[in-house]
Design a protein around this ligand. Structure first.
Ligand SMILES: [Zn+2]
Length: 541
């Protein structure tokens, strides 16, 4: 394995060092340019009427943004990282929506000092050169050789197979939006900046749900014990005992001792639920001690969330998104707890990037599992069960707008693959970034102008300044495995010890010590198929 360049002679090593240094500089430049252009392209409005549809809070933020820029009396909307913007779903003024999306899509390609086109072309060339030096045909070949996928061809094959139904479904969604626009007597063809706005109207009409009214059904302690823990106990026989006597690194971080069905110790689970000033945002799992037979250590895994802390004496009521996050992160925790390999390097979640999300995604399936849901989703005051018609609507709404969401994601994943599958000669031959991107999207059939890519090359930070080059595909790669596994549980009786033990022994416990796809085959009895994912996203025929 020559991934780190171990087989190179001294001259080659020197070349490699130079390439890595230059690349590191270029990726930093890319990031700085993007930040500056994102800032410069914040959209300025003169009249509050142009912001109709935004909430009072959003408008006062726009006033503050303007004041921060010395533009008192005006309104400034700042851009998000991806192509779209949350406000596109509520801004009623069509011209305001158009300006916001146009600004977002212009980033890094305006011919000014923050232009990223030259920068990313050089990044692509140098990554291809580095791959060649290390014996690979392309950067994508180099990256995927160390992933579950194994080769760019396997990735391309999957993306192409998903693109066809995704694009077809986005077309159908587009027709529904056009019907709504026509029915209102407007006479324009739907454009990219209209998508979110009309989609939100269709969503409200179809799935009229007040999501904040759900929160009393999701009291945190009940979700944890009667939802997350209960599902794990029924599947794997493991039990949880809170150890208030074991202080963690912060008073809000609670420690639970986790035991196997036979009473033997498995490890410690730490839950750090609440947000606080010194904590970084988002949700994640980390392990303090990795399991290792060599070192004889038991794992300690931590789940971090950022749930606002309620007033003293008040219960913590979660949103459905937070419930999902709790189940998801606990899936990562189980992966860490169940590791049974000898070397700590391979334990639990130290696995392939295109595999690591798979166990956590699978654990989300128990959120709606009837007997689990009936145990945890009970009104905090009345103990009333979350009504069945609400559950049905929530499930139905999961396939809504998935043609668009899948298409915009696949388009970005394809752009990433297109750039990073180039040989050195091919990379040198590209002279027009926009044309290259357009050609790639046409090639895979994701060139509908109404459904733009989630990221265009010049602001695709994940792959040109973050750690996801040739790897943006990995989210959907692991979701294919996830959906196929969920189907396996359904076919085999669901929430049972037999099923849990099989999943634990053949997949979760294996970590990175074995080829994950071989482990998957061993668990599933065949390779993963994409149909369950298509069904889940409402993309199947
Ligand atoms: Zn995750």
């Amino acid at each position: 394995m020559s991934h780190a360049g171990a087989g190179l002679d001294d001259d080659q090593k020197a070349v490699l060092t130079d390439l890595n240094q230059r690349l590191s500089m270029l990726t930093t430049t890319f990031e700085k340019n993007l930040l500056a252009d994102t800032n410069d392209l914040a959209v300025v409005f003169d009249d509050v009427a142009e912001l109709d549809g935004l909430t009072e809070g959003e408008i006062s933020a726009a006033v503050q943004n303007a004041a921060d820029r010395g533009l008192d009396g005006r309104y400034v909307l700042t851009l998000t990282l991806f192509t779209g913007h949350p406000y596109l779903s509520t801004l009623t003024n069509r011209e305001s929506r158009r300006r916001l999306l146009a600004a977002s899509r212009a980033r890094g390609s305006r011919g000014n000092e923050h232009d990223n086109r030259e920068v990313l072309r050089e990044i692509v060339r140098l990554r291809a050169e580095r791959a060649a030096l290390l014996g690979y045909s392309s950067h994508a070949a180099y990256v995927t050789s160390d992933e579950t996928a194994g080769s760019p061809e396997a990735v391309h094959d999957l993306l192409r197979r998903l693109a066809v139904p995704a694009a077809a479904n986005a077309r159908r969604e587009q027709e529904a939006l056009q019907e709504l626009i026509d029915a209102e007597g407007a006479s324009f063809p739907v454009e990219a900046h209209d998508w979110a706005f009309y989609t939100e109207r269709v969503r409200q009409a179809r799935y009229d749900l007040d999501r904040t009214a759900l929160r009393p059904f999701f009291e945190a302690e009940r979700v944890l014990r009667d939802g997350v823990f209960r599902a794990a106990t029924q599947l794997y026989g493991i039990t949880f005992a809170e150890r208030a006597d074991l202080p963690a690194y912060h008073p809000d971080a609670r420690v639970f001792e986790v035991s196997n069905a036979d009473g033997s110790a498995l490890g410690l689970f730490v839950l750090d639920l609440y947000t606080r000033d010194t904590k970084r945002g988002g949700a994640w799992m980390n392990s303090i001690v990795s399991q290792s037979r060599l070192r004889g250590t038991h794992p300690i895994v931590v789940n971090n969330l950022n749930v606002p802390k309620p007033a003293p004496g008040q219960p913590t009521l979660l949103t459905l998104d937070e419930v999902t996050t709790l189940f998801h992160e606990f899936g990562h925790a189980l992966h860490g707890l169940f590791a049974t390999v000898t070397y700590p390097h391979f334990a639990g979640t130290n696995v392939f990037r295109d595999f690591v999300e798979f166990p956590s995604q699978v654990n989300e399936m128990w959120i709606y599992w009837p007997e689990i849901l009936a145990a945890y989703a009970r009104h905090v005051d009345t103990d009333e069960l979350l009504p069945a018609e609400v559950v049905a609507k929530l499930r139905e709404s999961e396939t809504f707008n998935q043609g668009f969401a899948t298409s915009e994601y696949l388009a970005a994943a394809w752009i990433d693959q297109a750039w990073h599958s180039l040989s050195v000669e091919q990379a040198q031959a590209v002279d027009d970034v926009a044309a290259f991107e357009a050609e790639a999207l046409a090639d895979i059939g994701l060139d509908n102008p109404v459904v733009p890519t989630r990221y265009s090359s010049t602001y695709f930070a994940h792959v040109f300044s973050g750690g996801y080059s040739a790897g943006y595909y990995s989210y959907i790669w692991s979701e294919v495995l996830d959906a196929d596994t969920v189907e396996w549980f359904h076919e085999n009786g669901g929430l049972t010890r037999d099923n849990g033990d099989r999943f634990r022994e053949r997949l979760l416990g294996v970590g990175g010590s074995k080829d994950p796809l071989a482990a998957y085959r061993d668990f599933r009895g065949r390779d993963a198929e994409i149909e369950p994912l298509l069904k889940r996203r409402g993309l199947a025929d």
